[in-house]
Ligand binder design. Structure first.
Ligand SMILES: [Zn+2]
Length: 68
């Protein structure tokens, strides 16, 4: 299981997307970006999000969960 923390982008937002593939997460993040942040999903944004997706068991995930 992979996840993406919206606050990793620098937003003060507790949204977390979870899925088994980057595409699954990108779909959720795309909807979230539009409805919650009024952001258009560009190829640049998708790349940024993909770079922030990480495995739930990784150190990066622990850091994201602890960061406030
Ligand atoms: Zn958000």
């Amino acid at each position: 299981m992979k996840d993406f923390h919206c606050k990793d982008t620098g937003a003060s937002c507790d949204f977390v997307a979870r899925g088994n593939s980057n595409q699954e997460i990108l779909d959720q993040v795309g909807k979230h970006a539009q409805t919650a942040h009024n952001m258009k999903v560009t190829p640049e944004l998708s790349r940024k999000v993909e770079g922030l997706i990480h495995d739930e068991s990784s150190d990066a995930h622990r850091q994201s969960s602890e960061r406030r």
